[in-house]
Design a protein around this ligand. Structure first.
Ligand SMILES: Cc1cc2nc3c(=O)[nH]c(=O)nc-3n(C[C@H](O)[C@H](O)[C@H](O)COP(=O)(O)OP(=O)(O)OC[C@H]3O[C@@H](n4cnc5c(N)ncnc54)[C@H](O)[C@@H]3O)c2cc1C
Length: 358
């Protein structure tokens, strides 16, 4: 027993283990800790695996599909969602599916895995419509918060059972703080709590809890779900709300997708970026953005420009006032982000004029 003056609960999350029989079979791996990764690598080396099924088509499953394919392993991704990477709009998910297939990955979407069975030296993964045999199976189907310790001490659970905290990262118990994947997260755009288990958020929350535990008075400014993932030659990123999420939250969202070059066309190697901006029709406020493009095309830098604008509650139009860098090999005088913002404003004006009959 350790007495404390201040206590921080930072127990993280654990993988959701789908209701599938025989997850304990040798050759079935989960993907959460560094040790899981090292164990998987040893197992691949020792057993010279030729084929793998990945259960789960979120960002971790897709990163693993990329990594295993580079090791020469034949990969099948089986996901419950109708298209891979359900954290971005389906139109982008379909492009990612096509990228996976181009690199030899078999993609089975809308495939709820029901069983994993030993099939002589191999494993067979079964959904209602498909059966796929492989040497190894990786399970990456999301996480749930490790909230038990906090709950047992009397901290109430909220979304997905995550511990309730205020923006100072305090629980309801005196001198007890909580942060990271085990807590509910304040969403800056929604102005509400949600569950967003990300390393970026955990770092900020941990810092604020630590400072407050030492006597400071800081508030967590909120997460916007900013994230980026590389899948083969593509990078896909998002920040803020998608159209459907904005609608559910009571905004009047308007979403426009455009294609922009990452740098001036006359300089060799210009690449196309697809940019989807969601803004509020009534106020012009930026609500969210998604970008898909070749991974060398500074997708992460560009989503971070949107994230900075979103953090400061700017309008879509306001993005044009940013003094962004430019040189022909790397950008344009109006960056791709600003060109996309201009297209959003024009499209919004045209739709507005049509709606009022001008
Ligand atoms: C494969 C993978 C890739 C990821 N990639 C990204 C990424 O690219 N970008 C991003 O932003 N996020 C990413 N994440 C998410 C990110 O890793 C987590 O959000 C982050 O680690 C959460 O930090 P945390 O400190 O809350 O929890 P953790 O890092 O999970 O740490 C919790 C710790 O508490 C310990 N613990 C739990 N219960 C107890 C107990 N009862 N007693 C003692 N110790 C306990 C655990 O063993 C663990 O060491 C990824 C996650 C995974 C699994």
């Amino acid at each position: 027993v350790f007495p404390y003056d201040r206590l921080l609960i930072a127990t993280g999350a654990r993988p959701i283990l789908p209701d599938i029989q025989d997850l304990s079979l040798p050759g079935v791996h989960r993907l959460h800790t560094m040790n899981d990764g090292l164990h998987l690598r040893r197992s691949l080396d020792d057993h010279r695996a030729q084929s793998a099924v990945i259960v789960g088509s979120g960002y971790i499953g897709l990163e693993m599909a990329d990594a295993l394919t580079h090791r020469g392993i034949s990969v099948t991704v089986m996901g419950r969602s109708t298209v891979v990477l359900p954290t971005v709009d389906a139109v982008f998910g379909r492009v990612v599916e096509s990228e996976l297939r181009t690199h030899g990955v078999r993609v089975e979407s809308a495939a709820e895995v029901q069983a994993i069975v030993q099939d002589r030296a191999r494993l067979r993964v079964e959904s209602a419509l498909t059966k796929v045999s492989a040497d190894i199976v990786l399970v990456g189907a999301g996480v749930i918060p490790n909230a038990e310790i906090g709950a047992a001490a009397g901290v109430p659970g909220g979304i997905k059972g995550a511990l309730r905290v205020n923006r100072r990262m305090e629980t309801n118990l005196p001198h007890v703080y909580a942060a990271g994947d085990c807590v509910e997260t304040w969403h800056r755009v929604l102005r509400a709590y949600t569950y967003l288990p990300l390393g970026t958020t955990a770092h900020k929350q941990g810092r604020i809890a630590g400072e407050n535990a030492l006597g400071a008075s800081r508030e967590f400014e909120g997460s916007m779900g900013t994230q980026v993932v590389k899948v083969f030659n593509l990078a896909i990123a998002r920040t803020g709300l998608r159209d459907t999420e904005a609608q559910e939250a009571g905004f009047s969202p308007f979403t426009v997708e455009t294609e922009q070059l990452d740098h001036k066309a006359y300089y060799p190697g210009a690449r196309r970026l697809s940019i989807r901006i969601t803004g509020d029709r009534k106020t012009g406020q930026l609500l969210g953005a998604q970008i898909l493009g070749p991974w060398q095309a500074e997708v992460a830098k560009r989503i971070d420009v949107f994230a900075a604008a979103l953090y400061h509650g700017m309008t879509v139009e306001g993005l044009n006032d940013f003094d962004l860098s430019y040189t022909p090999p790397l950008g344009s005088p109006w960056d791709a982000v600003q060109m996309a913002a201009q297209t959003w404003c024009q499209a919004e004006r045209v739709t507005y004029q049509k709606s009022v009959g001008n």
